[in-house]
Design a protein around this ligand. Structure first.
Ligand code: KQY
Length: 372
């Protein structure tokens, strides 16, 4: 049995490494529920299979699937991908999977956040979510890594780190009363320090316009390396996203990271605005307890929601008018990595994107400097 530790990562000398550091592999889950994914989830399954195949060219990929869909997933997924049976309520491995932490000797452990479907009964996206809340623990069993059960509700998409002591979060998400109503900013900061092994937390305001997670950082901004952040952007001053990105830009430019560096911030133009069309909406089976979807709704589309793999970046293709420029900008940000675009509108229709459906496992045995 994988041991559950009663200490904290920071107390034990562990911290979350940057996504740009070496990986042992990547975990994903399989989309299945017809009340979130149109046409019994088949278009989404093909999109997830495309993402998994793209990542598998860079590092090993494992996909968790329920017993009911095992054979479909096995048939649609690239043979290089390992498929294992894991029950789940939906398929957002970033949020329900473990956040892996490392120490200077090269050991790897996992943080298992409490999960309430992005808001529980106050604005959460579905009920129940008990199987999702068990996913991190099951992944850690399979990975044979010790587990810290965190004392707060949180999601992997709500945090980004530079691996050198700095975390990036949003107030809209972390301070939302539908996550941890009894904890104030100071108390949350202390818990993030303990469980991510960081010393500096940079707070941005709101997340991407209409993001149903309640403002996840992973759709708005991320570290591309220590000292450098990529921010979703629009030049359209009438777009509701404009003041959100402008506020984030100002805060980031005023900030220093844990090592006292000023941040180099790069704007990544967002696509669209993109909306769900009536045909797409009509393919989703409405169900009590699940957030309803309608044609015309603005989608929280952002190219920042990419996955950094060993030697590559897997980015969402969302709009032929803007995909090429986004890929070129990412190539400038990651000159040593191959940029691979994967059609991702079907993932976006379910409320997230490539970063949200993936979770990296850091390489073990890598001797590292302490995070601070
Ligand atoms: O942003 C993410 N990390 C997850 C998106 C979840 C959307 C649920 N429908």
């Amino acid at each position: 049995m994988t041991q559950t530790l009663t200490t904290t990562p920071a107390a034990d000398g562990f911290w979350m490494p940057g996504e740009f550091e070496p990986h042992a592999g990547c975990w994903m889950l399989w989309p299945e529920r017809p009340d979130n994914w149109r046409e019994a989830a088949r278009p989404a399954q093909l999109a997830f299979a495309g993402v998994a195949a793209a990542i598998a060219t860079f590092e090993p990929v494992t996909v968790g699937v329920t017993a009911a869909d095992f054979q479909v997933a096995r048939a649609l997924l690239d043979p290089r991908i390992r498929v294992v049976e894991i029950s789940h309520d939906d398929c957002w491995m970033r949020d329900v999977g473990p956040t892996f932490v490392v120490d200077r000797r090269g050991a790897v452990r996992g943080v298992d956040w409490q999960f309430n479907a992005w808001g529980g009964l106050q604005g959460g996206l579905y009920f129940p979510w008990d199987q999702d809340d068990l996913v991190a623990r099951k992944v850690l069993e399979i990975e044979n890594r010790e587990r810290y059960r965190a004392p707060i509700i949180n999601e992997g998409g709500a945090i980004h780190v530079d691996g050198e002591g700095t975390a990036l979060v949003t107030e809209e998400c972390l301070l939302n009363i539908n996550r941890n109503p009894l904890l104030n900013r100071e108390r949350l900061e202390a818990i993030l320090r303990d469980y991510l092994g960081v010393t500096r937390i940079i707070w941005l305001g709101k997340g991407v316009c209409n993001d149903e997670t309640g403002g996840h950082i992973d759709n708005l901004a991320c570290f591309v390396r220590p000292g450098a952040v990529c921010l979703t952007w629009t030049d359209n001053k009438r777009d509701p996203q404009y003041p959100i990105s402008l506020d984030a830009w100002e805060r980031l430019n005023d900030e220093q990271d844990a090592r006292g560096r000023r941040l180099q911030v790069t704007k990544l133009m967002m696509p669209g605005p993109l909306t769900m069309n009536a045909k797409e909406a009509s393919g989703i089976v409405a169900r009590e307890g699940t957030k309803p979807r309608a044609g015309g709704e603005r989608l929280a589309a952002s190219y920042v929601n990419f996955y950094i793999a060993n030697g590559g970046v897997v980015m969402p293709l969302l709009d032929p008018r803007t995909d090429r420029a986004a890929a070129a900008r990412l190539k400038r940000l990651f000159p040593e990595r191959r940029i691979v675009g994967v059609p991702a509108r079907e993932v976006l229709l379910g409320g997230g994107n490539i970063h949200c459906i993936t979770q990296q496992v850091p390489a073990a045995g890598v001797k590292r400097r302490a995070s601070q």
